[in-house]
Write a new protein. Sequence first.
Length: 320
Amino acid sequence: MIGVMGAGAFGTALAVSLAAKGPVVLAARTEAQAEDIRQAGEVARLPGVTLPEAVQVGAGVAALAGCDIILLAVPTQKLRAMLMDAGGVFDAKTLVATCKGVEQGSQKSPSQVIAEVCPEAMVAVLTGPSFAADIARGLPTALTLACADRAAGKALQEALSVAHLRLYRSEDVTGAELGGALKNIIAIACGAAVGAGLGESARAALMTRGYAEMARMAEAMGARAETLAGLSGFGDLALTCTSEQSRNLRYGLALGRGETFDSGVTVEGAASAPAVVARAEALGIEMPITRVVVGLVSGQLRVAGAMDMLLSRPLKEEKC
Ligand SMILES: NC(=O)c1ccc[n+]([C@@H]2O[C@H](COP(=O)([O-])OP(=O)(O)OC[C@H]3O[C@@H](n4cnc5c(N)ncnc54)[C@H](O)[C@@H]3O)[C@@H](O)[C@H]2O)c1
Ligand SMILES: O=P(O)(O)OC[C@H](O)CO
């Protein structure tokens, strides 16, 4: 049976989608939250989406004990604690990370955190352009399913594909995860530029040079260039930087307009950017857009200063 840990927007959307194939367990954090969801028939973070009967709502990791494939849909910065509290339930399971970020402090990706805490588990990653509200409504998209083990990847591709979700297989877990984490940061930069009134040309320039930063880091970390050009990289960058459904873009828009943003909203790019800059420094690579996003998020930079920093860099040849 398939289970989903995290009854937020994305975990719920995945559970609703996969319910087309059979029963799915959706695990909320606490019994009180699970009961609220059962009573309402929907999840607060995904309003208007009625849970089908095939979605069984449970509480905590214990609810997932009978599942062999578990999708992990908690924010990246909460992943380690959640796994460490699992008391062995996740050992020897197939764990599919759906979170898009880099852990603060360790600078590790979700799959690396899983491998460290649950060394017996088979680890995979599901990522790519997908707004929870879209896929929960059955709107189509295509995603990357990355797993270093080819046979396990093929089995997961079959198990997790549904009519409106076309999964492409990859063995490049590093590249798939980097694309998902880094595009969020570039989307914040785009939002800040547009929010400050700098225009659509600036957005396109930031997306393009942001992609160059993503590709540079991917190369330095041994990922494949094709992965970055695929759904998990270019595909998700295009979606997140251009749609106001994106929380990362909306957060950037608020920064650019000088408005406050609800601190309870999950903004993975803001949480991950300092760890990405630290990793870039260790690797000796330049990531100027990511760096100014760190300054904007911390409040040390304003958009005008950030743009001055980017535009006054030494002139160079166009390449990654
Ligand atoms: N929302 C989207 O459209 C979308 C799409 C693709 C990927 N993602 C990724 O999915 C991840 C989750 O995003 P989201 O949109 O679902 O966020 P969300 O804020 O809607 O939900 C996060 C959920 O995690 C739960 N949670 C936190 N700590 C927990 C713990 N220790 N145990 C159990 N549950 C815990 C929270 O209670 C909450 O329900 C992020 O990394 C995000 O980048 C989101
Ligand atoms: O709302 P965001 O910015 O977290 O983006 C959601 C997904 O990652 C888009 O693919």
